[in-house]
Design a protein around this ligand. Structure first.
Ligand SMILES: [Fe+2]
Ligand SMILES: [Fe+2]
Length: 178
């Protein structure tokens, strides 16, 4: 990773380029929905946007940075809790990009790059193909961030289990059973 590209610079750029979206009611609602493990949809979307920007700058790719950040922030703008069983989102993995696109088109003015980024981000799942460089960057970044978030929650779960077992061992006395 290019050391000249700092995390702070990337976060600042995401906040500037994605300001309209980040300050919206829809994104505020995303803070209440979990995505992977303990990560909210809002945190996941911000991380993905930051990763997209970092990757494109690191590789000096010729991209539309505004569309890259906005499309990434909105890629999971489906606005429901997919952990709660409901027939409206039974096939969440396949259908949520279209739900996200519908909501995003309702709440924001999107360009063709942003639309394609949202609809194709689950590629190779679904029928929409990533046809822009920005869409391909999002596909890759989303999968990398999702893997990291899931691994972090599994590792936190194992750590908690270890603490629980250690606590049980230290407090356990045979006399407790008598
Ligand atoms: Fe998604
Ligand atoms: Fe995602």
């Amino acid at each position: 990773m290019d050391s000249k590209i700092s995390e702070d610079q990337i976060k600042k750029a995401v906040k500037e380029l994605g300001e309209e979206i980040l300050l919206s009611e829809g994104m505020a609602a995303e803070k209440g929905y979990l995505q992977h493990g303990f990560t909210s949809v809002y945190e996941h979307s911000f991380s993905v946007a930051a990763y997209c920007l970092k990757l494109s700058r690191m590789l000096s790719l010729d991209v539309d940075e505004s569309s890259l950040v906005r499309g990434a922030l909105l890629h999971d703008y489906f606005l429901y809790d997919w952990h709660v069983p409901d027939k409206s989102h039974r096939l969440h993995g396949f259908t949520h990009p279209q739900a996200a696109l519908r909501n995003a088109e309702r709440d924001f003015s999107l360009n063709h790059i942003e639309r394609n980024m949202i609809s194709s981000h689950m590629f190779p799942l679904g029928i929409s193909l990533p046809i822009y460089r920005e869409s391909i960057i999002l596909c890759i970044s989303d999968k990398i961030c999702a893997t990291g978030e899931t691994a972090a929650s599994v590792s936190a779960g194992i750590e908690r289990l270890g603490l629980l077992i250690a606590g049980l061992k230290s407090s356990f006395r045979i006399s407790d059973l008598l």
